[in-house]
Design a protein around this ligand. Sequence first.
Ligand SMILES: NC(=O)c1ccc[n+]([C@@H]2O[C@H](COP(=O)([O-])OP(=O)(O)OC[C@H]3O[C@@H](n4cnc5c(N)ncnc54)[C@H](OP(=O)(O)O)[C@@H]3O)[C@@H](O)[C@H]2O)c1
Length: 296
Amino acid sequence: MAPTEQKALVLLTTGGEFAVQSKSVTTSGAGEVLARIESTALNPMDCKVKAFALPFVSYPGALGTHGAGVVEEVGEGVANLKKGDQILWQGSFTDERATFQQYALVKADLAAKIPDNASRDGQGPQGGGAGLTPFYAAPNTYTGQPLVVLGGPTSAGQYVIQLARLSGFSPIIATASVKHSDYLKSLGATHVLSRDLATEALSAEIDEVTSQPIKYVFDTVGGAQKVGWALLASGGTLVLTLPAVEGIVRGQDGKTFVNVGGNVNYPAQNELGRELDARLIQLLESGLIKVGRHFQ
Ligand SMILES: NC(=O)c1ccc[n+]([C@@H]2O[C@H](COP(=O)([O-])OP(=O)(O)OC[C@H]3O[C@@H](n4cnc5c(N)ncnc54)[C@H](OP(=O)(O)O)[C@@H]3O)[C@@H](O)[C@H]2O)c1
């Protein structure tokens, strides 16, 4: 049986300090499970909530939106999970669903069962991190199309590369520190170019790799948007994890951009979350994708 009290890492006030506090454990309602959290992840958004005093949280509030752990309690009407199952999920910045605490409520249909043979360590980031990636719909959808991934070693970038490989993109050109080259190639990058190259030099190196126009660039860094926009050919799409910066305008020079992100707990993204969880587990079980590494 789950305890009634737990420890949580809470942000005390808007833009304030973190502290460990005791708080009560909420019982799971219909369609929910109560999970004991064994692994969580820092998302840049956790830092941004504090640094920019973002108004997502009622204070004192627990942060954390990535969880992996064990089902402790099953609410009414839940058929897909049972006590003791290992799961991963995307949490949200609400008192009961944040993941910088020992227990959290999870919507049962938005939790993915972790394969029995897998470790829960490192699974935490996947629920949301993989949500950033181009949705892998069918093998070889983009066969032979070049893709440039700015920031191969970011959490997002590692999944972008793997899913891009499955989608048939080729060549997959990632920017990174040279020390990450072998690892990124093991994920599916065909070429790794130095993150320190200025835009013109990077463009020249890409020209050496492919003579095709670059129709897809994924900026996983957030700060490489202008580089990505410059590399993109007319008719191309820049994929962004952060809002577009000034100077990047849809339609300019025949280029466009899309923003990816969000949270599968939003009603509009529930269906995406269900599909993504099902595919993610299949891909992990079959070994087609690996859990990403953490470099910071
Ligand atoms: N839209 C959303 O829902 C969403 C969700 C999560 C994150 N994000 C945003 O996505 C961005 C990345 O977050 P993340 O958690 O995936 O990153 P992360 O894991 O914290 O990224 C760290 C890695 O990025 C590499 N890196 C940093 N700058 C680089 C550059 N200019 N070129 C190549 N590599 C670079 C570092 O390389 P070294 O090891 O060489 O230093 C390090 O390995 C952040 O801005 C974050 O706010 C958005």
